[in-house]
Design a binder for this molecule. Structure first.
Ligand code: SAM
Ligand code: FES
Length: 346
């Protein structure tokens, strides 16, 4: 399979048949080969720089009911919260002090936060921190809403497609959601000039190799500036409570393939990866990832934004998380940089 890994490295592309062959037949040795190659590409393109994003989880109310997610609307056990504008500005102030130059506002799809409220928040943050990038991760909205957010100054948008296969999508989401709509949202975000992030869960229930092939081909076609992937991890109060979590080795291998396919992409070593293995994020970086996203949310709400069981960093202060990650990155010869860390054009 090394020939296919080399081909992906050289041509940044494989056909569906080639992806299928690689995913179905790779050995442990092939995985290691891909990871080392991806690590080299990361170093060639991005040096030893790791970009840092301050994640502010500002609401765990959600109108959606995704079967895998701990903050789905049907989970009556979830203790719901919303941060006020003042709370959010305090998180940004703390983050700025700690050297963050990107803030990510993430939340469930919470109708309380109308477009007007979001626009106002964007304007306030961008007015106070003009040297910072602002990323939104608040789900599926209309083109008008996305345009209003962009015009207010938001720079980036994260919306994982979760799975590119419509049949698989249907097994993970209730009927009112659709794969095509989510993909269209991503295309709209790109059109409006957002640095756009898509991505999928690794090892989500019923995921097949064909589904993964579609994920890679969809990402190649969309050509996003950011890709977020992480292992699926069950949450005890969801329909998928008894399902198996995604594998570490698979996640690292797919991170490596993404780096080889999209050499310039901003690719986080996710919290979910750090949750399934104590060195998961370090291994993610050594497999091609170049972004980390420590939590800036107030400690008082962190345990409530429980997307899956065992989520790490829910008891730590932002400063602790920041210095913990600096130390972790230093240990593997990398350095967290104080920089907006925008996508660099080829
Ligand atoms: N509501 C926004 C959205 O839909 O994009 C952002 C919040 S959503 C909770 C953020 C991401 O969490 C999802 O895109 C999904 O991939 C991930 N996630 C949710 N439940 C998960 C689980 N059980 N295991 C791993 N990742 C999960
Ligand atoms: Fe949060 Fe290590 S990153 S404590």
């Amino acid at each position: 399979m090394k020939n296919l890994i080399d081909k992906l490295h050289q041509e940044n592309f494989l056909s569906a048949e080639e992806f299928h062959r690689l995913l179905a037949n790779r050995s442990q040795e092939d995985e290691e080969y891909a990871r080392n190659l991806a690590n080299q590409v990361r170093q060639q393109v991005h040096g030893n720089k790791i970009y840092v994003r301050g994640l502010i989880e500002f609401t765990n109310y959600c109108k959606n009911d995704c079967f895998y997610c701990g903050i789905r609307r049907s989970n009556r056990e979830a203790q719901r919260y919303r941060l006020t504008e003042e709370d959010i500005m305090t998180c940004c102030a703390e983050g700025y002090e700690l050297g963050f130059r990107t803030f990510v506002l993430q939340g469930g799809e919470d109708p309380f936060f109308t477009d007007e409220k979001i626009v106002h928040l964007i304007q306030e943050i961008k007015k106070k921190y003009p040297d910072c990038a602002l990323t939104l991760s608040i789900g599926e909205k209309s083109e008008e809403s996305y345009r209003a957010f962009r015009e207010a100054g938001a720079d980036r948008y994260l919306l994982r497609h979760e799975t590119a296969d419509p049949r698989h999508y249907r097994r993970l989401h209730p009927y009112e959601m659709s794969c095509e709509h989510r993909k269209n949202c991503l295309r709209t975000l790109k059109k409006l000039g957002f640095q756009t992030g898509a991505g999928f869960m690794v090892g989500s229930p019923l995921q097949t190799i064909d589904d993964l092939v579609e994920d890679f081909l969809f990402l190649k076609d969309l050509d996003p500036e950011m890709v977020g992937i992480g292992p699926f991890i069950p949450h005890k109060d969801t329909p998928f409570a008894e399902e198996r979590r995604g594998r570490l080795e698979d996640t690292l291998f797919y991170l490596a393939l993404l780096r080889l396919m999209l050499p310039h992409v901003l690719l986080p070593a996710t919290t979910a990866l750090g949750t399934i293995h104590p060195k998961g994020r370090e291994m993610g970086v050594l497999s091609g990832a170049n972004v980390v996203m420590p939590n800036l949310s107030p400690v008082s709400v962190r345990k409530k934004y429980m997307l899956y069981d065992g989520k790490i960093c829910t008891g730590d202060e932002s400063a602790q998380c920041r210095s913990c990650l600096s130390g972790r990155m230093q240990q593997i010869g990398c350095e967290i940089v104080t920089d907006r860390g925008d996508y660099k054009k080829k």
